[in-house]
Design a protein. Structure first.
Length: 242
């Protein structure tokens, strides 16, 4: 992961995502709903639900929306049933793209994702065509301005919590963990008082691809179209965006 900063991509997309707050809440509601339906409504016993609720709170999602999604899952019958999907493909310039989603209609989602790729000079691939280029990791971003301790203490806390790798920059610490240790690392750091700007399971590219400005414009348009889809949670890629 050396040389790759997920934070750079996050910063670039925060402004655009803020303008899509309604869609973000809708996607978070689905994640909360499915987590509660799969593992029950108690966040103490359901790690997936606890993580989804924390993500929602981090996005300033109203408590009523969170409670409503959990209540809906608790009373759910045979109606809604979401399941995770992962699509793989190539953008222009040989950029590898992963599309992570949650859907109740895989045919609809697949058709929408394929259309987004086709209309943006990209090709949807088969399972395994690009996922081998990424590692799934737990990811945490801690802003330096939020730290009440020195850098060495923060680094030791992350390692003691079970983190695998840490990258530093002027404004943020990026902490990576084995995905199986995500909850353990998150809980340990929270207990020490650290605040996360981001905390999520993510896909990290093993290597990145340099692209020109024209290619970047197409990649960014592809990402925008995909993220506008209600069934898409996250888009991962290995392009170096300027």
């Amino acid at each position: 992961m050396a040389g790759h900063s997920k934070w750079n991509n996050i910063k670039q997309r925060k402004g655009a995502q803020d303008a899509k707050r309604g869609k973000i809440f809708q996607k978070l509601s689905k994640e909360i709903y499915q987590a509660a339906k799969d593992g029950g409504p108690d966040t103490e016993d359901n790690a997936a639900l606890r993580s989804a609720v924390e993500d929602a709170r981090a996005q300033n999602m109203p408590k009523d929306n969170i409670d409503r999604a959990i209540a809906k899952a608790t009373n759910a019958g045979a109606g809604e049933d979401y399941h995770a999907v992962l699509y793989e493909g190539y953008g222009p310039g040989g950029v590898a793209v992963l599309v992570d989603g949650l859907t109740d209609n895989a045919n609809r989602t697949s058709a929408n994702v394929r259309a987004a790729f086709t209309k943006n000079e990209s090709n949807l691939g088969s399972k395994g065509s690009v996922s081998y280029m990424f590692d799934q990791k737990g990811y945490f971003a801690v802003l330096r301005e939020d730290l009440d301790v020195d850098e060495d203490t923060m680094l030791m806390s992350a390692l003691d919590a079970g983190a695998e790798d840490i990258e530093t920059s002027e404004d943020v610490f990026e902490i990576y963990s084995d995905p199986k240790d995500f909850a353990k690392v998150r809980n340990a750091l929270q207990e020490e008082g650290y605040k996360f700007e981001e905390a999520q399971l993510t896909y990290v590219p093993q290597n990145t691809v340099e692209i020109d400005k024209e290619t970047q414009n197409v990649i960014e348009k592809l990402i925008d179209v995909l993220e506008d889809d209600d069934d898409v949670n996250e888009v991962y890629h290995n392009a170096e965006l300027s």
